[in-house]
Write a protein that binds this ligand. Structure first.
Ligand code: UDP
Length: 375
């Protein structure tokens, strides 16, 4: 069976890499189409996971609009589908690349399998446009690879047929466990860890479009105040390359000694930092899953989450509705020993690290001609 992966952003590659690596040993030939939606962040990840793109579509342009991006994606994906003739196209999550991959495959009558299916925030405008993307992909997919039972139930409640849903766990757990086990941290990790110098390390990231502007600035001001009042804490903040994030950070955090800012880190360095973190503050989806996997408490800089499993398990707390009070929330959370203890025992909230094997099995059961004939 030939499975074509279509993706183009950092979180997608982290999550599909374990599958691309494992599939050849499980009877599936992976073909990789990198759309290049996030060109700079992907190169080191390909090297880390020893995965090579078969097709580089280079869709990214300076100041790209969502519609311009969608048009380029569709135009450049189509010839790849025609030449490769895959048995199935795999897309992950909710990006423009994922939606375009699913739609282009559907138009060519190639089955679509959706990794991380069934996530819903319930708000079409947050995350935007991802909530709509993931709902549209559900309509296009013939196999829904749900990370959790909760995601499966969400799909069932929307009328998705149960025989098209398989619960696999989230492959981010595979990626995180593999990386921590097999890849040693590099210079960037050692440099940052030395500068943390035994203080409690709070790892912070923010990049979501809904937070751009005043909301992000309020978050940063609260973090600055909290860090200044707590010499025992060191905030480590890899700053996303998006210009909206950069300018807010430059205005709000420059000169703040207790906030250690750096460029986005390679995944191995970042994963090792997370494993040593005291707590996390982030609006990232993947980091919510990684926090739970590592048993670390996380304040989510959003007012909703499509990953409520972390909240149910007592690992994640939503901070978004309390932007004005984030500083108080940081204070109360930092002293909440019960929260830290509960997070530490969260366990396999998003999977057990075997999503690649479960996904391969689901694909072979659903799409392999040999298996269908034998049944
Ligand atoms: N990440 C990374 N280096 C960093 C910050 C994040 O490798 O400096 C990883 C993180 O561990 C997670 C992924 O990037 O697996 C999350 O990506 P992002 O926050 O861009 O997207 P989201 O998960 O919100 O879709």
């Amino acid at each position: 069976m030939k499975a074509l992966f279509c993706f183009g952003t950092r979180p997608e590659l982290i999550k599909v890499a374990p599958l691309i690596r494992e599939f050849p040993g499980l009877g599936i030939t992976p073909v990789v189409a990198n759309t290049g939606q996030h060109s700079d962040l992907l190169k080191p990840l390909f090297e880390l996971f020893q995965v090579k793109p078969d097709h580089d579509l280079e869709v990214m342009t300076h100041g790209q609009t969502l519609n311009g991006l969608a048009a380029r994606l569709m135009e450049r994906l189509d010839p790849v589908l025609v030449s490769e003739k895959p048995d199935v196209v795999l897309v992950q999550g909710d990006t423009a690349s994922a939606l375009a991959g699913a739609q282009a495959a559907f138009n060519r009558q190639i089955p679509v399998a959706h990794i991380e299916a069934g996530l819903r925030s319930g708000n079409m405008m947050s995350p935007f446009p991802e909530e709509m993307n993931r709902r549209l992909i559900t309509q296009l997919a013939s196999l829904n690879l749900a990370a959790t039972e909760h995601n499966k139930n969400t799909l069932l409640a929307e009328g998705v047929r149960s025989e098209t849903i398989q619960v696999t766990g989230n492959p981010v757990v595979d990626a995180l466990k593999w990386t921590l086990k097999h890849v040693k941290p590099g210079d960037a990790f050692h440099d940052i860890y030395a500068r943390v110098a035994g203080r409690k390390m709070m790892v912070v990231t923010t990049h979501r479009r809904e937070n751009f502007g005043e909301t992000m600035r309020l978050h940063l001001r609260a973090l600055r105040k909290f860090a200044s009042n707590h010499p025992e804490v060191c905030v480590v903040f890899p700053v996303h390359p998006n210009p909206n994030v950069r300018s807010a950070v430059a205005d709000e955090l420059m000169g703040c000694e207790s906030v250690l800012m750096c460029q986005p880190l390679g995944y191995a360095d970042f994963a090792h930092l997370l494993s040593k973190a005291w707590m996390m503050v982030s609006d990232s989806g993947g980091i919510q899953e990684e926090a739970a996997t590592l048993g670390k408490p996380i304040l989510v800089l959003r007012s909703n989450t499509e990953r409520p499993e972390g909240v149910f398990a007592g690992v994640a707390r939503l901070a978004g509705d309390q932007t004005e009070n984030l500083e108080q929330l940081l204070e109360s959370s930092a002293h909440d020993a019960a929260w830290f203890a509960k997070a530490a025992t969260a366990g396999a909230v998003y999977g057990d690290g075997t999503a690649a094997q479960k996904t391969a099995k689901a694909l072979l059961e659903q799409f392999s001609v040999e298996v269908r004939l034998a049944a």
